[in-house]
Design a protein. Sequence first.
Lengths: 369, 369
Amino acid sequence: MTFELPPALGLSGDEAAGRRLLERIWGKRGIFTCTVANTLTSTIPGISEAGDTPELTMFTPVADAELLVLNRVVCMKGLPINPGGIPTPATLTKAALDLSRMPMLIIDGGCRTKPNIPCIEVGGECGDKVTTGHAVKNVRQAFEYGKILGKELARTHDYVVISESVAGGTTTALAVMLAMGTIRENLMSSSSPNNPKQFKMDTVMTGLKAAGLQIGDLANDPLKAIECVGDPMQPVNAGIILGAAPHVPVIVGGGTQMAAVLAIALKLDPSVEGNVIQGTTRWLMSDRNASMPALMAKVSPRIPIVYINMDYADSPYEGLQAYEWGYIKEGVGCGGAAVAAVISSAGRITCPMLLDQVHAVYRDIMHCE
Amino acid sequence: MTFELPPALGLSGDEAAGRRLLERIWGKRGIFTCTVANTLTSTIPGISEAGDTPELTMFTPVADAELLVLNRVVCMKGLPINPGGIPTPATLTKAALDLSRMPMLIIDGGCRTKPNIPCIEVGGECGDKVTTGHAVKNVRQAFEYGKILGKELARTHDYVVISESVAGGTTTALAVMLAMGTIRENLMSSSSPNNPKQFKMDTVMTGLKAAGLQIGDLANDPLKAIECVGDPMQPVNAGIILGAAPHVPVIVGGGTQMAAVLAIALKLDPSVEGNVIQGTTRWLMSDRNASMPALMAKVSPRIPIVYINMDYADSPYEGLQAYEWGYIKEGVGCGGAAVAAVISSAGRITCPMLLDQVHAVYRDIMHCE
């Protein structure tokens, strides 16, 4: 095996499998998808920092989608920020898509208000609070439509990248993995360095109780787990994995939220295991408040994790420097898109090139306001 | 100029421009889109033969979309046929997409009942009868969304194919071109060799009168013409042309219906003229009951027409042989998809190969029932 990883990428999890998969798709052409959705869970004060206020978190997924497609936000004033003005990771996603010229599809998993752009519809609706115990409608249709889409995309592309923008999504991810018994404690990351782990755990346990569930009760019914305590993004992306991975590699772009999607997919069809890669960021892999390696070991020790070695320490913009202090770290498929940009260019696209483009995107958006 | 047209393709209209455009995209990678929509116009008895009965014409666009994506029809029993059992041209579209592995997007321009597949949504609704004089809602949004989509697809593909499945669509195309004054008589084709031209003309004139319009009144307001007497497919596809053609060539896949879309697009932005090609079939070009060359001369004499030289005379299936007798001739982008398959394969894909695949698709669908 002579395959050399470029400095832009790091490898964790099953590294040998990762090298094999990367070699298969190196220099080849993939497609990037991002499924955006709302869950009212994000409006529970203290749950989500993906927005300046709890109510504004409802606009974040839609704004991210608009940003990727239009290079500006229509649904609200300004761009999605965490409290303190830290800009959405969609800035890196957009930079990676710009440089790689990778095709992109936005999927409306279920937004309260539709993005002001053409999107793929899958019959999803805005999710209810996880505390209700009946959080998501139309799960089976969204899952089936995801499968159809995954199969179709695999027919015409060499690999498929999936991702999400769902404020409050680490909480629903935690809830689904607890319902399935994948984990029994909170190993999730957060877009804030001050991850309110116990509060999230308490919120989720309220939801499980409302659904009449104990930890692990739905080990064999992941779609039911989504219906009870998940979010509308999850069935779509699990479906895409099941539709695409029998044919081409799937890059699961994201952090602990997407690990839950992977857990769901592996439960529904364990055979996809050999054809999925988690694609994420250095920031997430080094998050001291979460344990991505420990979480992935629970989901499956045989999944390779590829991460982009982005470093914002020398950025002239404080909002971007904050990524180095533990803010944001992942989301909107920024890790997956960046990893895929390196892959599709056979390593020609580097982290310094991506950083320059992030700055260009950031300036461009700021100038538009 | 040494570019040699393969036997699979014929050229008409501005042939020199056609050769230049073909050479630019020869062997390159495009994307196929099909916008499906309903207009209640097709339920007026005698207007449309794209369905076994007037009421069944409402299912034809949705069934075509399902056929392309799922290889089977979910929304109704059987596959879309013209009276007498002549199968939908989607059979050729699917064959071309299968052989070329070209990416495909289905856009729901406005169907009464949504296709049972993931589609791009553009805010369109089922159109009303042309006779009402207020036939289409949300025209401006659908047009803007088409523009966004066209620009996005052009960013990541070397050319874009647009097409339609709209039963009753030649009548709404006629209506819009009369309202714009592009034509003053019925030069439209039909999916039947017995094209009820006068009846369609009378129906359309009823619509113009209901809208308070005379021929040519909306020469400078094509979107208003769609609102009054068009169908929901038209603004989306006109938008895609305007979004994509400034960047990459657009293949307008279809016959006289898509000529109307081209007329709309050229009126809104004459500069796209140098970057569009009409992509159609030999059957349409030789239709004795319509005058495609005469119509295109009215729309613009500077548009090249490329057609696929398919011949079903030796097919073992009578339903396919009927294409040689003047039935169907075009639709669901079959001409555009077949032309694009030849282009993307740099001429490696031939008409005999397409014919074999059409037979495989046809047998496969029949077997599924």
